[in-house]
Write a protein that binds this ligand. Sequence first.
Ligand SMILES: C[S@@+](CC[C@H](N)C(=O)[O-])C[C@H]1O[C@@H](n2cnc3c(N)ncnc32)[C@H](O)[C@@H]1O
Length: 257
Amino acid sequence: MIDEYWEFADDFLTLTDIDLSCYNKPQVLRRLTAFRQKQRIDSLPQLLEALKSDPALVKECLDRLTINVTEFFRDREYWQVFKDNVSLLATKRLPLRFWSAGCASGEEPYSLAYMLINMLPRACWMIEASDFSNRALVAAQEGIYNSKAFKNLTEEEVLLFFNSLGNDLYQVKKSLRQCVNFFRHNLFTDPYPTNLDVALCRNVIIYFTEKAKKRFFTGIAEALNPGGLLFLGGSEQIITPSVYGLERVDVYIYKKG
Ligand SMILES: C[S@@+](CC[C@H](N)C(=O)[O-])C[C@H]1O[C@@H](n2cnc3c(N)ncnc32)[C@H](O)[C@@H]1O
């Protein structure tokens, strides 16, 4: 019997350009089931039929599948270690080119911009940030959040980061927004940027299959300049970094040899 999940995945790829075979199947199935139940759709084949005739439903389904949860300075203790490693790199080479891959609604690249503004002259660094979710990218470019986003920030940082818009809405200051160039990028299908000095890809690959993770590590290692850094998320690690020409410099930080 043909597995209806893989039939769904095949057609889903045609509909969306998202390759579900690169993601952990039980996690995807759990989210698809929750989505189906909310939509009162009984089975995967029926969901597929509904998606084929309803672009708005495709969009909703994608939003349900991609976890966009993020924070300013997520896991702040690691950001200090990251900053120390970036400082060291900056003594050897400038300017530095950063890429925040899987940036969700922008908190990560804006945290990076804030860190760098307080560290190095503006001409010494550039930040690109990407995600495959259009919805996330629109939110990231707007840079508007509510006060729940202040969780990891001091009062002083909140004042330096945002302009209040009223109604508990705050927009990242233009001077910070101008530091980040956002673009759509699918880590499975699009070519990676080249000549990177620092890549942040945090809490993205946890959902990938082992095969997809290997492809990502190969691609990102190629994209980095010698001595370049990769900053992963709090539950992500590379078991054998040397296979990719990387070495572990700290818990979630790897360096290209
Ligand atoms: C949990 S968020 C992580 C956000 C941020 N990096 C952080 O650590 O807070 C994961 C993001 O990865 C994005 N993502 C998942 N698969 C992707 C892919 N194949 N290509 C690009 N982005 C992807 C999702 O859209 C989502 O915004």
